[in-house]
Design a protein around this ligand. Structure first.
Ligand code: NAD
Ligand code: MG
Length: 371
């Protein structure tokens, strides 16, 4: 029996790479539904290529997406939707008892308690696709989470790893969109340059693996060959190594719980050159420390972190603020009180809306900012 796969965000970086795996491994996997934000022509093409019964676009509204998910008959859904828009689809997947291959880290950052409870209630599994969390997930499955004392998340450091603080103030959108090791959607590429992505991933790791932030750390590893490490209680480190190719974690999630052969190029240790490691520059990339603080404070802080960052990144992409304004906007938005608990989906989305409004208000006060 082929595994039936629902691909949410099928035109994006994660979506396209998922379809590449299904295309090349069509004796094991088949597409049972596709969704995308836009680009109907491309989706129509994919629909006919994969002989897919159902498609949905953002313009069909969230009800359209809910119906697609609930009627899909999928064994597993890949959520490759960008940003907070991915949260409700994740909930619909889990409510349908469908396993969730989760690339959309915002789902975890915004609503982990709700998401975890929904998965439990409907007997659905959440399999991380973010490469760092996929690495840790694989390591915990092999080593046993009870034997692990620390999670170490690797970061490429982004394209501006070595720039001075003055140079960082002046970087352009075009420069920020050139990621050294990964080819990804625009939002996550900017987040990789500010280290907000690593911040989101710290929060994601604390929640997925139920680790306090004090036992999670980040190391800069520009070659992106080690995808993360765990330290066992006896002090030993275990790393997961592969080529920097998102199809590895996507395949791992699609095939889970099996660990089986695939067509992806195997990593050649003797040809890889050097691997280097250094601590992150917390003072030049302040959003990483901010994310650790939000992970410690909990409540609605992580929702506000994500929402303010999404608003500020959009403003930067629209050339309405500078690169370093992104962190200033997020940090000043977080100076409001976010200590209230947002438990239901409506409360979570209300906190998200409130943070976006505040970030937009702050953006409008920048010299030459949004009006
Ligand atoms: P992307 O921008 O390339 O693609 C996003 C997809 O979501 C597109 O298909 C788009 O049409 C769809 N979409 C956008 N807005 C939507 C909306 N409002 N409703 C429904 N669909 C919508 O993004 P990406 O790089 O593939 O990233 C997707 C998610 O995966 C993000 O949460 C990102 O953080 C995470 N992720 C991506 C990578 C990567 O290598 N690209 C790695 C790790 C995690
Ligand atoms: Mg990642």
């Amino acid at each position: 029996m082929k595994k039936k796969i629902l691909v949410l965000g099928c035109t994006g970086s994660i979506g396209r790479q998922t379809l590449d795996i299904i295309r090349k491994m069509d004796s094991r996997f088949e597409v049972c539904g596709l969704s995308a934000g836009s680009n109907e022509e491309k989706v129509a093409e994919l629909c006919s290529e994969f002989n897919c019964p159902g498609t949905v676009f953002s313009r069909d509204g969230i009800e359209g997406l809910e119906a697609l998910i609930k009627n899909s008959g999928a064994d597993i859904a890949v959520n490759g939707i960008a940003g907070a828009a991915g949260l409700k689809p994740s909930i619909f997947v889990l409510e349908s008892g469908i396993d969730l291959a989760l690339a959309n880290k915002e789902t975890v950052v915004m609503a982990w308690v709700l998401v975890k409870e929904t998965a439990k209630k409907h007997n659905a599994n959440i399999i991380p696709v973010d490469s760092e969390h996929s690495a840790i997930f694989n390591l915990t499955e092999k080593i046993g989470i009870e034997n692990i004392s620390e999670l170490i998340i690797t970061a490429s450091g982004g394209p501006f790893r070595t720039l001075s603080d003055d140079e960082l103030e002046k970087v352009s959108v075009e420069d920020a969109l050139k990621h050294p090791t990964w080819s990804m959607g625009q939002k996550i590429t900017i987040d990789s340059a500010t280290l907000a992505n690593k911040g989101l991933e710290v929060i994601e790791a604390c929640r997925l693996f139920d680790f306090p932030p004090e036992h999670v750390s980040v190391v800069v590893h520009p070659q992106s060959l080690i995808h993360s490490l765990v330290r066992t209680k006896d002090g030993i480190l275990y790393a997961q190594i592969s080529n920097p190719d998102m199809r590895h974690p996507i395949f791992g999630a699609l095939a889970w719980p099996e660990n089986s052969q695939n067509y992806l190029e195997k990593f050649d240790l003797s040809a890889c050159g050097e691997m280097t490691f250094s601590p992150p520059r917390f003072s030049s990339f302040p959003l990483l420390k901010t994310a650790f603080d939000c992970a410690k404070k909990g409540a609605s802080y992580t929702i506000a972190f994500n929402a303010a960052n999404e608003a500020a990144v959009q403003a930067f992409l629209d050339k309405k603020c500078g690169f370093m304004d992104i962190s200033r906007i997020v940090i000043s938005t977080l100076s409001l009180d976010w200590s209230f608990q947002a438990a239901s989906i409506d409360e979570i989305l209300e906190a998200d809306r409130k943070a976006r409004l505040e970030a937009e208000r702050q953006l409008s006060m920048l010299p030459g900012g949004i009006h």
